[in-house]
Design a protein around this ligand. Structure first.
Ligand SMILES: *Cc1c(COP(=O)(O)O)cnc(C)c1O
Length: 366
């Protein structure tokens, strides 16, 4: 048996005709930039996120970059964030010209530890950028409270957590802005790159719209130095076909997670901790195991897909050496980087596949 980490063909088979029709509709109009599909998706993603406004983006990365630029965060500014994330989070802060200031994670949820934020605030701090890792939101009440106290913006990197909740509030709706990614492996994935910013702040919304179009308003008159951060209408068309399935797909992932949780109960495999405040969408199902690298190699030899998100924390990346961090600065993040691994969790997994994954793991470590 083969169990890939993700099988996009299995999902595509269930919606192929609709996707082809929607893409063809865009092609027939030859409205290749912007247009009604992008506007419709923006309106629907705003609704899904309990936000008033949404602005399409060319990727999740560009959603974060546009947010930082539209909030006027740049040279001389500091942004407090987590070192245990995908590179894009930190790359955007650096490319905006600002300085990422790391604080360690909560070892149970892998999200930023809000208790450590206060000590990292300086006069230069402009924003807190929590990441809702693996499908579970960070502790937003505590983060928003720190932000209010110091008059900081909150930028939610919700790339892995669209439509997940914290105390009933949707990802993207707790902070100043929320950023989503439609990278194909996310719960709501396009047929290429795409992203979205959501906000309840109308002034910021106007700014995001201008900034994504080279900062021009009107055309050829540049108010800001923006970029081309536009969402492609072909992506919007495919995403509109997929969006009605999002809740079912996320529920199927939760069911798969519960199945694994039962298999791994009372074993050395440490299963995900989901806070009682949160509903996770399980973009990843993460376990902690002893001798992780040996187990990864073993699963690969048995044709089981698995991946390490993420093997190197951001404070130890070569490109951020000038920030002056060193090994040992963020022990929980560094420990997680050595111990975590992601197992297949996609909605179309069969019970036989999950059994095979669980049994292969337990055979090796027991
Ligand atoms: C996927 C991801 C991004 C970037 O999204 P892209 O659409 O690939 O640019 C940013 N942050 C996190 C945490 C992600 O998982």
């Amino acid at each position: 048996m083969q169990v890939p980490l993700l099988d996009l063909k299995a999902q595509y088979a269930t919606i192929k005709d609709e996707v082809l029709a929607a893409v063809s509709e865009v092609l027939e109009t030859q409205r290749c930039i912007g247009g009604p599909k992008v506007a419709e998706l923006e309106q629907k993603i705003a609704a899904v996120s309990d936000c008033k406004f949404a602005v399409g983006a060319s990727s999740g990365t560009d959603a974060i970059l546009n947010s930082l630029m539209s909030l006027d965060i740049g040279c001389g500014d500091e942004v407090i964030t987590t070192p245990f994330t995908f590179f894009a989070t930190i790359g955007c802060i650096a490319r905006a010209g600002a300085k990422p200031v790391f604080v360690d994670i909560d070892p149970k949820t892998y999200n930023i530890n809000p208790e450590l934020i206060e000590a990292a605030v300086t006069e230069k701090t402009k924003a807190i950028l929590p990441v809702h890792l693996y499908g579970q939101m960070a502790d937003m009440d505590a983060i928003v409270a720190s932000a209010k106290k110091h008059n900081l913006a909150v930028i939610e990197d919700a790339a892995q957590s669209i439509s997940s909740t914290y105390k009933g509030k949707k990802a993207g709706s707790c902070g100043t802005v929320g950023c989503f990614s439609f990278f194909p492996s996310k719960n709501l994935g396009g047929i290429g790159d795409g992203g979205m910013v959501v906000t309840n702040n109308e002034e910021l919304y106007e700014r995001l719209l201008i900034m994504r179009n080279h900062g021009s308003q009107p055309k050829y008159y540049h108010k800001y130095v923006g970029g081309n951060f536009r969402l492609d209408p072909i992506q919007a068309a495919a995403l509109l076909v997929k969006l009605p399935h999002l809740d079912d797909w996320s529920a199927a992932r939760r069911k798969n997670a519960a199945y694994y949780n039962e298999k791994f109960a009372q074993t050395p495999v440490q299963t995900p901790f989901i806070s009682p405040d949160c509903v996770s969408i399980y973009n990843q199902y993460i376990v902690r195991v002893p001798k992780r690298d040996e187990l990864v190699a073993h699963l690969q030899s048995k044709n089981i897909g698995c991946e390490i998100y993420y093997p190197v924390t951001m404070h130890l990346q070569e490109c951020f050496a000038s920030l002056g961090y060193k090994q040992g600065d963020f022990p929980e993040s560094e420990k997680a980087a050595k111990e975590v691994m992601a197992l297949p969790i996609y909605p179309e997994l069969t019970d036989e596949m999950k059994d095979f994954v669980a049994e292969t793991i337990l055979e090796k470590i027991n």
